[in-house]
Each structure stands twice: as structure tokens, then as C-alpha cells.
Design a protein around this ligand. Structure first.
Ligand SMILES: NC(=O)c1ccc[n+]([C@@H]2O[C@H](COP(=O)([O-])OP(=O)(O)OC[C@H]3O[C@@H](n4cnc5c(N)ncnc54)[C@H](O)[C@@H]3O)[C@@H](O)[C@H]2O)c1
Length: 432
């Protein structure tokens, strides 16, 4: 296995977002010289001041400060220039999907173009973004060849190693999860494996092709989507029969082959709701993957139907949605069920408000939503509360303050039922 001398190895990480920045900070604290490249000037400025733009990511602030003090991490908006000085280039810029669920490569294509303009001979390029099968080689490898005139596998090495971590625990995951690594040829694979072994000091799982690693990552995401859909379907059945699904899942999962996930009012973020379409768009339709997606996408509507079933018409009702983020303690609005819930409730004639401690009122308003501070006296007009994301702050929510509230829909089954009931409010969960 080829070895890389850490201190003389320069690494550029392209995309200083929720995943790229923690990765850059970890590598910079392992003795590498790291350049973070991003198109967002505010993010670049903050990193160069030794600060993070990502809230609630344990240990990230201290890692960035340390690497700033030791000058092992700096950031730039000039990707090509950073790449031109680098031995290793890691791409963590997302592929997004449009409203028809088609892949939109605009951000990553631009990043790859800038990379290709700057790349020098013998560099190792690694993609970590979740990528539809075949695209590391066919789309990005070929684009780098076309723009740079270099040959993949020969003049530059090409690897794919999916990021498998979760926001809010990225550093822990980077330090503990095995790293799946693949290469366009043996040399690329060995070089990438050797790099990660030193940079992350975690177990390395070498797989035989770029496409194997690409599908590995998509398969992990789809497994979770399908499993959550199963939990949601069972929860709906439990609702009809007065059974508590949490009790069922807890008991079921004592059987070693049962790993049922938890039901909820929706699956959001730019990962799990997106990856199934990487296969559905390639013709894997009509089966489990597509049905699971449809079921999970229908959960906000299911929540609204529960409200209507219990409360009758929602016309004119003041409804507060707690949590704009797609999940707890993460500032990420992509595919958040809060947005779908808000529009479904408005269609029913309800007056909706959003609270989220991680977003400013301006940020909430910019999405066409109405923010509500929990100190605002309007909270005394709230009649219904829907918990959408169980941020830590909601553990201590004082329901007594909601003097007109009669009903709480706990979309994550996380609130303490007794606290809600003792405030004189009816409690309902998903499948509980
Ligand atoms: N967020 C997660 O929990 C998670 C988990 C596992 C894997 N991932 C993977 O990581 C990828 C990145 O996710 P994220 O959460 O970090 O996204 P993010 O939206 O937080 O960050 C993306 C960053 O890329 C930057 N960017 C956009 N275009 C650019 C360009 N042309 N050049 C340089 N920078 C550019 C943006 O300014 C932003 O800072 C995802 O697509 C996914 O495949 C994410």
C-alpha cells in the first residue's frame, strides 16, 4: 500500500457544507494541510476566522479553532487555484433533485469544472457526494479528462468513497464508521484507501468498482426509507386498532432479525427522500422502493387527516408547527415535512405558524412561512400544536403557556405524553 506523508500532503475539500467542513476539520487535525473550497464567501470568511457556520455539530468548533491556530485549515472561493496546489481533492458538493424528482447537477458540475481547470498530474480525486450509479466515471471522470486533457487512472487517480455520516454527529461517525472505498483502477483504490487509513484512522472497506461503492451508499439510504415506510404502515394500522406502535416495535426488535425503524410525520433532508429517485429515475419503478417513497411522502397528509378526524374542520384554526428542520437539532430545511404540512394545513383553511430555534424569523419568512416566537403573546391563540422536529429545546416546552391549545399531534412520538395531558391538552402521536 502506498503511503502518503501527511505534512507535505495538501488536501482540498470542495464544498464546505454540513459534511465537507467537518471532514476538512478532521483531516486538518490529523496533520494534513487542508484547503476548503466553497462558492459562499460568508462561509469562507468564517472558516478563515477560525469559526464554523454549522450550529449543533459536536466538536466541530474546537476542531476548526485548533486547525486555524495551527494554520492547517484555510478556505477559499478559488477552487481551481486550491486544486492546482493539491495532491488530494475531495468533492462533497450535493446533487439535488427538482420538484419532479429529477437529478440536478448544477452545483457539482460547476465544482467539477473548476476542479478540472486546476488539476495537476498525479493528483488523487475522490468523490464523497452520493452519486447515481455510473456517474463518478461517466460524468465526472470524463469531464475532468475533457477539460484537463489528463487521463483518469493514469494521469490522475479517481476514487469514490461515499460519505455515510449523519449531521449532528458527523465527527463521531467519521471516527467510527467504516469507510467504503473504490477506485477507477487498482492504483486509485490503493492510494485512496491509504489516504483514508491515515486521515481518518478508521476501518477501510475496499470494494471492487466505483459503481459498487455508489450503489452501496444508495442502498443504505433506500434501506432506511423502506424500513421507515414499513414502520409508518404499521403505525397506521396500529392507529386504527388502538395499539401503541412503539410498544410493538420495541417488543418486535427483541427478535434478532427484526430492526424496525420508527414511524413519523415525514422523511426529510437532502439524503433519504432523494436517493430512491436515483434508482426510480433509472426505471426501477412499481416496486418496493417507489411504494415506500410514496408512503413516506404521504405522511404529512396522514397527520392532517388525523387532525381532521379528531377535530373536525381546521378552517380558521391557529396551528403551530414546532420544528422547521427536517429533523431534530439540524439546521436543514431541504424536503422538510414542515413545509408540506404548512401548505396542506393552509389548504384546509388553517392559520399556520412555525417555530424553530435554529432559524431566524427572517429565514422562516423567506420560505413564505409565518414565524412565531414562543415569547410572543400570540401563543395564547394557538389551538393546535404539531411537533415536526424534536429539537432539544422542546424537551422543556411549557405547554401551560398555550392557554387555548386543546390538541397536540406529536409527529415524532417524542414528547412526554403526561406533560401534555397535565396541561389539559389532548395528546396524539403517530401510531400511538
Ligand atoms: N447532510 C447529511 O446528513 C449528509 C449525510 C451523508 C452524506 N451527505 C452527502 O454530502 C453531500 C453534501 O451534503 P451537505 O449536507 O454537506 O450539503 P450542504 O448543502 O450543507 O453543503 C454544500 C456546500 O457546497 C457548496 N457549494 C455549492 N456549489 C459549489 C461549488 N460549485 N463549488 C464549491 N462549493 C460549492 C455550498 O455553498 C455549500 O456550502 C450530500 O449531497 C450528500 O451526498 C450528506
Amino acid at each position: 500500500m502506498e503511503d502518503m506523508k501527511k505534512t507535505s500532503t495538501i488536501v482540498t475539500v470542495i464544498g464546505m457544507g454540513k459534511i465537507g467542513l467537518p471532514l476538512a476539520a478532521v483531516i486538518a487535525n490529523r496533520g494534513y494541510q487542508v484547503i476548503g473550497a466553497d462558492i459562499d464567501e460568508t462561509i469562507v470568511k468564517l472558516i478563515n476566522e477560525g469559526k464554523s457556520h454549522i450550529p449543533n455539530e459536536p466538536h466541530l468548533d474546537e476542531l476548526i479553532k485548533r486547525s486555524h491556530d495551527s494554520r492547517s485549515l484555510r478556505a477559499t472561493t478559488n477552487t481551481s487555484e486550491a486544486v492546482s496546489r493539491s495532491d488530494v481533492i475531495i468533492v462533497v458538493v450535493p446533487i439535488i433533485t427538482n420538484k419532479d424528482h429529477q437529478e440536478d447537477y448544477c452545483f457539482i458540475d460547476e465544482a467539477v469544472y473548476q476542479l478540472a481547470k486546476g488539476i495537476r498530474k498525479h493528483s488523487l480525486v475522490i468523490f464523497e457526494t452520493t452519486i447515481p450509479v455510473g456517474q463518478t466515471r461517466e460524468r465526472f471522470g470524463k469531464k475532468i479528462e475533457e477539460v484537463s486533457g489528463l487521463k483518469m487512472g493514469k494521469d490522475f487517480l479517481l476514487a469514490y468513497s461515499p460519505e455515510r455520516v449523519s449531521s449532528n454527529q458527523v465527527i463521531r461517525d467519521l471516527n467510527t464508521y467504516p469507510k467504503v472505498v473504490s477506485g477507477v483502477n487498482q492504483k486509485s483504490l490503493e492510494k485512496a484507501a491509504s489516504f483514508y487509513k491515515q486521515a481518518l484512522q478508521t476501518e477501510i472497506i475496499k470494494v471492487s468498482s466505483l459503481e459498487t461503492a455508489e450503489l452501496t451508499k444508495i442502498a443504505e439510504g433506500i434501506y432506511r426509507d423502506v424500513n421507515i415506510a414499513l414502520a409508518n404502515e404499521l403505525a397506521r394500522y396500529a392507529d386504527q386498532h388502538g395499539i401503541n406502535i412503539l410498544e410493538v416495535i420495541k417488543a418486535s426488535n427483541t427478535q434478532p432479525y427484526s430492526h424496525i425503524h420508527l414511524p413519523g410525520i415525514g422523511v426529510g433532508g437532502h439524503c433519504i427522500p432523494v436517493y430512491p429517485y436515483f434508482l426510480i429515475n433509472k426505471g426501477i419503478t412499481g416496486g418496493l422502493i417507489e411504494q415506500a417513497r410514496a408512503l413516506n411522502e404521504s405522511m404529512p397528509d396522514y397527520g392532517v387527516q388525523l387532525l381532521k378526524q379528531d377535530l373536525g374542520s381546521l378552517k380558521g384554526k391557529n396551528i403551530l408547527i414546532l420544528g422547521l428542520s427536517f429533523r431534530e437539532n439540524v439546521k436543514e430545511v431541504s424536503h422538510s415535512s414542515a413545509i408540506e404540512l404548512d401548505s396542506l394545513l393552509k389548504l384546509q383553511g388553517a392559520k399556520t405558524y412555525i417555530h424553530d430555534p435554529l432559524f431566524s424569523e427572517e429565514e422562516i419568512r423567506s420560505l413564505g412561512l409565518t414565524p412565531l416566537s414562543l415569547n410572543d403573546e400570540i401563543i395564547s391563540h394557538i389551538e393546535v400544536i404539531i411537533l415536526q422536529a424534536y429539537h432539544n429545546q422542546y424537551q422543556y416546552l411549557d405547554f401551560q403557556k398555550f392557554t387555548r391549545c386543546t390538541y397536540v399531534l406529536d409527529g415524532r412520538n417524542r414528547l412526554d405524553r403526561n406533560t401534555v395531558i397535565s396541561a389539559g391538552i389532548k395528546y396524539r402521536g403517530i401510531g400511538t
